[in-house]
Design a binder for this molecule. Structure first.
Ligand code: NFA
Length: 101
């Protein structure tokens, strides 16, 4: 039986950081109608009726709710579009973003 030759295999692929995801956060306010918030969440974030209602009611009760996480540029674009949808109707509805831990 010939000797086993163990060939050292060194992984030379560069170790890259996975880009951080950013949270889109819905902020409560006293003026935007609940149904409108649900409609925006469904349209902009593709949430189901149930998911959208739960996110809306959590923000309503606790002040804020995480809607979803995306790469930074996607999170910022969606937060801006959703905020602008409220602005177009004269509502103070706001979505912000922040990096995930
Ligand atoms: N608090 C709003 C209302 O009672 C509803 C709302 C929920 C607004 C979540 C913004 C975010 N009409």
């Amino acid at each position: 039986m010939p000797e086993t030759i163990v060939k050292p295999r060194t992984d030379t692929r560069p170790q890259v950081e996975r880009p951080k995801l950013h949270k889109v956060i819905l902020l409560n306010d006293d003026f935007t109608p609940r149904e409108f918030v649900v409609r925006v969440l469904k349209a902009e974030f593709r949430l189901s009726e149930d998911q959208a209602y739960r996110v809306m009611i959590t923000a309503h009760r606790k002040g804020v709710c995480v809607v979803a996480v995306f790469p930074k540029d996607v999170a910022e674009t969606k937060a801006t579009r959703a905020t602008d949808a409220g602005k177009a109707k004269g509502y103070p509805l706001r979505f912000t973003t922040e990096p995930e831990e």
